[in-house]
Design a protein around this ligand. Structure first.
Ligand code: 5RP
Length: 238
């Protein structure tokens, strides 16, 4: 069977050039990119990487990839990351793996963000995937109540088969919002940004310029934000 995630992730590594500062995302798709980069580093490629989670840090260290802190770089040349959903305007939902805050920080400080997904993650409208929101443990139940009043249906993320909350790398909790369809992504992002107690949310709007999609027929499709927005315009005008 075709491994669509691996196809896209390994293709993305072709964009990495000698001397670059590379952002490494988190998740099962990014795993294949990190693995490939590790092999290139062993073969002599000189790069430094900024990681987006403790899991990615561990993996990158195991693969011998030299790491640098986000504090110690001017900016990042290229970040390769996965996503949970991507729409035709190249906006996405991230944070299924709980690393949304560091992923967004790294994305915001990257000259170029390249997402790698399998074709099942392409959607016409964001929202079927629950939107992760990272909240500080202090008073998080108040935030939960506020989100409930807004009809966002928050659910505290718990460890599997347990009542224990998932704790992020930053020591926080995650509320997953069951929204089904997000009609106005900009409005929602601003609303969530304005609520005290929310550290970050998983709406990544206009952050990514390039997307590689691994397909079940074994091909890889490349889309850029330009082509995506053209397509979105056509859909709106039809
Ligand atoms: C982690 C993320 C991941 O990029 C997203 O969940 C996709 O994961 P995967 O590649 O395992 O499907 O945002 O916080």
């Amino acid at each position: 069977m075709i491994n669509m995630k691996k196809l896209a992730a390994e293709k993305a590594c072709e964009e990495i050039k000698e001397g670059m500062i590379v952002g490494l995302g988190t998740g099962s798709t990014t795993f294949y990119a990190i693995d490939k980069i590790g092999r290139r580093v062993k073969a002599g490629l000189k790069i430094q990487a900024v990681v987006t989670s403790n899991n990615t840090e561990k993996l990158a260290r195991e693969r011998g990839i030299p790491l640098v802190s986000l504090n110690d770089v001017q900016d990042i040349d290229l970040t390769i990351d996965g996503a949970d959903e991507v729409d035709v305007a190249l906006n996405g939902i991230k944070g299924g793996g709980g690393a949304l805050f560091r992923e967004k920080m790294v994305a915001l400080h990257s000259k170029r963000n390249l997402w790698v997904i399998d074709e099942t993650k392409l959607v016409s409208e964001l929202g079927a995937f629950p939107l992760p929101v990272e909240v500080l443990p202090f008073g998080y139940r108040q935030v939960e109540k506020e989100l409930t009043k807004l009809d966002f249906h928050p659910r505290l993320r718990k460890q599997s088969n347990s009542e224990t909350p998932v704790v992020t790398d930053n020591g926080n909790y995650i509320l997953d919002l069951s929204l089904k369809k997000i009609k106005n992504t900009e409005w929602l992002a601003q609303k969530l940004d304005s609520i005290s107690g929310i550290l970050e949310h998983g709406l990544f709007l206009q952050l990514t310029s390039d997307l590689l999609i691994g397909k079940k027929d074994g091909t890889i499709e490349k889309r850029t934000s330009g082509s995506f927005r053209e397509e979105a315009k056509h859909q709106i005008n039809e």
